[in-house]
Design a protein around this ligand. Structure first.
Ligand code: GSH
Length: 255
């Protein structure tokens, strides 16, 4: 890899958003340099210049250009390094359909009806892609903030936060398409959602509940994801996240 196409990730070890990028790069087998940022006490000039609007990690630098926002970065990675695909694609099925359309044209003779039919019926996964993006967006909008409702609260507010968080998890569980969100294969929604699971242990400790009891299917999905190399090496030890959040709670006078 030349200096030019170096892949650099501005990272923070406990950030579930940065974990998404690490998983996506690992799924594609792309080597990268992770640069740890001190997001609380001193962000680097590189981070501030690369993400001047939000000033947040993750930022991916590729060809020296910054890409911000984790879901956008994961989509970028999926486009630049298409194999294995994270978003559903039907390129093989489309190639097969074109082969048989060509066969009809050559053997049966050109017939507008056939050609038109094949063109219109070419399998596309555009719908499946929208569904994957819909659920990734749901995770983005609900899961992190839902967790904050637990670890940033005490008393009644914490109880309410726990109830709302479990409801979010149950909705998500209902969207599981099979072993993974995309069906049989680990894909885009899995990449976006699984990093948040590294914070679940902390939520369980603060909230006094078990994700497994409330959402056994989701819990089994977490276990399946953790068996993947890309996930196992990108997620931190949940007890470290717990300690980190305990420190945060103390700093904010919650404990
Ligand atoms: N929507 C952003 C969220 C990124 C984010 O919240 N990053 C946090 C770390 S988990 C951060 O950099 N916080 C620093 C700050 O808020 O100043 C994404 O998906 O990339």
């Amino acid at each position: 890899m030349s200096k030019n196409d170096e892949v650099i990730l501005l990272d923070f070890w406990a950030s579930p958003f940065a974990m998404r990028v690490k998983i996506a790069l690992a799924e594609k087998g792309i080597k990268f340099e992770a640069r740890e940022e001190d997001i609380m006490a001193g962000k680097s000039e590189l981070l501030l210049n690369s993400n001047p609007l939000h000033k947040k990690v993750p930022v991916l630098l590729h060809y020296g250009k910054p890409i911000c926002e984790s879901a956008i970065i994961v989509s970028y990675i999926d486009e630049v390094w298409p194999f294995p695909a994270l978003l559903p694609t039907c390129y093989y099925a489309r190639a097969q359909a074109r082969f048989w359309a060509d066969f009809v044209d050559k053997k049966v003779g050109f017939h507008p009806y056939y050609s038109e039919t094949f063109l219109n019926l070419l399998p596309t996964c555009y719908y499946a892609r929208t569904q994957a993006r819909f659920w990734a967006d749901f995770v983005d909008k609900k899961l992190f903030d839902g967790g904050c409702g637990i670890w940033r609260n005490n008393g009644d507010a914490l109880e309410l936060g726990k109830k709302e968080f479990i409801e979010i998890l149950q909705v998500l569980e209902g969207a599981l398409g099979g072993d993974f969100f995309g069906g049989d294969n680990f894909g885009f929604v899995d990449t976006i959602a699984i990093p948040h699971a590294s914070w679940f242990y902390a939520y369980e400790q603060f909230g006094g509940f078990k994700v497994e009891d409330a959402c056994p299917k989701l819990s089994a999905w977490i276990e399946r994801c953790l068996k993947r190399d890309s996930v196992a090496k990108s997620l931190p030890d949940p007890s470290k996240v717990y300690e980190f959040l305990c420190m945060f709670r103390k700093m904010n006078g919650l404990d």
